[in-house]
Design a protein around this ligand. Structure first.
Ligand SMILES: *Cc1c(COP(=O)(O)O)cnc(C)c1O
Ligand SMILES: [Zn+2]
Length: 462
């Protein structure tokens, strides 16, 4: 483990530092979130980002070959908290940025201005694998045998997969424990957790309840927490941005658009850009748009309506607490078809505010209809994505309408999860059998036809 890295409280008026091996998920002194920080002058950082292009590795047995093959660890100089021997990888992050001209034409963007980053192409089918590679590296380093998370689905799938592939430092396999909220979890994701052998606990409650519970359980049950409150997760997720930049030939886009749930990506993306600028590897930082589902719109409410700003770390905690107290008093709970972002109390809120400040960001909310139309549009142009990811395209359409984004801006939408994660939602959208809703605007319903060649011919001709 490197002595070039340490943990630091994100609150500027505290700034307490802790060693990497001290396990905590909040500052012991003031309770704020922790960042992983580096003594950059003593680190070996390449002089230019194009250095990383030489790392498009081929699979091999050596530690270096495996690290180079990983879309996370081939950027290891930018998250240097572990030695090459310590890195955990199952080949995550080999995802590509796709230019999406057809989709661009359909929603009114100029050619070569819209790009989609398909993080669903990760081993477990979501971007969470980027973060797990980093957090499991730490779990093994710490000698932990039991890892856990609260999950709307994808965190549990990813955690369960990595637990199978990461023997603890004493050679035992790790026990994966996942807390999922009632019957909310999409079947594709639950199927993964069960198949990979995770201890899956369905709690009577929503994600926010699970999150609170797993934090209590962490201490009591010796569980190493793998939610994005674990700052090592965010180090792995920074690499999504590195790959986006690489896909653009290291040119900075005008906008990055991402769905917002627990706000891990939002936090990681801002940190990635702040560091690249600090290191002199980038001069310019793009703008960020975070898209909430209208039924789970805490960040939208706080940032756009209450005007809560990071304000160099002096954000108005009292007003945020008052807002949450009202939410509880009124019995408001997160509710959206995009289960991956059905979160009312995002744990990374302060870090997200910091990212929005650094990236001159905006937050928008989109309703479930628009989310599903966004998802369907992505599907008609290839690869596809799950509902939550569709929020980024829905948000882009809204921002174009508002003229916040112009048709000649270069825009990257992050597609967070794979199309097959939540097939029920997709099939219902096309068939028009959604509770109370008809078929979606881009529905492609299956046709019923007798088993007769004439009838089929007629069907295809009409
Ligand atoms: C976890 C998840 C999100 C939410 O990401 P945050 O980093 O928690 O905001 C969005 N989409 C998918 C598919 C996810 O799995
Ligand atoms: Zn502190």
């Amino acid at each position: 483990m490197s002595d070039l890295a340490f943990q630091q409280c994100m609150a500027p008026d505290c700034g307490a530092t802790y060693g990497l091996d001290e396990v905590m998920y909040a500052c012991r002194r003031c309770g704020a979130l922790l960042d992983i920080r580096y003594d950059w002058p003593r680190c070996t950082v390449p002089k230019s980002l194009s250095f990383f292009e030489s790392r498009w590795g081929t699979p091999g047995r050596s530690t270096e070959a495996r690290a180079d093959f990983s879309g996370v660890w081939r950027f290891r100089e930018l998250l240097p908290f572990a030695t090459s021997e310590e890195l955990v990888t199952i080949g995550e992050g080999r995802t590509l940025l796709q230019q999406a001209d057809e989709l661009a034409a359909k929603i009114g963007i100029k050619p070569s201005c819209l790009y989609l980053q398909y993080e669903g192409l990760n081993p477990s089918g979501s971007f969470k694998d980027n973060g797990m590679a980093a957090a499991f590296t730490m779990a093994r380093r710490l000698g932990r045998r039991r890892v856990g998370c609260a999950s709307t689905g994808n965190t549990s799938a990813s955690l369960a997969l990595y637990a199978r592939h990461t023997p603890s430092s004493d050679g035992h396999s790790m026990q994966a424990v996942v807390f999922v909220g009632g019957d909310k979890i999409a079947f594709g994701k639950l199927a993964q957790a069960l198949d990979f052998g995770a201890k899956t606990i369905q709690i009577d409650g929503d994600f926010d309840t699970c999150m609170k519970l797993v934090q209590e359980a962490a201490d009591r049950l010796g569980l190493y927490l793998m939610n994005s409150i674990n700052p090592f997760r965010l180090e792995g997720q920074k690499t999504i941005i590195y790959r986006v930049l690489e896909g653009l030939g290291w040119e900075v886009p005008d906008w990055v658009i991402v769905p917002g749930g627990n706000l891990g990506n939002t936090s990681a993306f801002g940190k990635a850009f702040i560091e690249l600028r600090e290191l002199g590897l980038l001069k310019h930082i793009p703008r960020l748009a975070v898209i909430n589902a209208a039924g789970a719109n805490t960040l939208y409410e706080l940032h756009e309506r209450e005007n809560i700003r990071f304000d160099g770390g002096r954000w108005d905690r009292a007003r945020v607490e008052a807002w949450y107290a009202r939410m509880s008093a009124e019995g408001r709970r997160a509710k959206t078809v995009a289960s991956a972002i059905e979160i009312g109390r995002p744990v990374n809120l302060p870090k997200a505010l910091r990212s929005l400040e650094a990236m001159n960001g905006v937050v928008r909310q989109v309703n479930d209809e628009d989310i599903l139309d966004g998802k369907a549009l992505v599907g008609t142009h290839g690869f596809g994505c799950e509902p939550a990811s569709g929020a980024s395209v829905a948000g882009l359409r809204l921002l174009l309408e508002e003229r916040v984004i112009s048709p000649s801006d270069r825009v990257v939408c992050i597609l967070t999860g794979h199309q097959l994660k939540d097939p029920d939602v997709t099939v219902n959208y096309h068939r028009g059998s959604r509770d109370g809703m008809g078929a979606g605007s881009y529905a492609n319903p299956p046709a019923r036809c007798p088993a007769d060649i004439e009838a089929i011919a007629n069907l295809l001709d009409t």
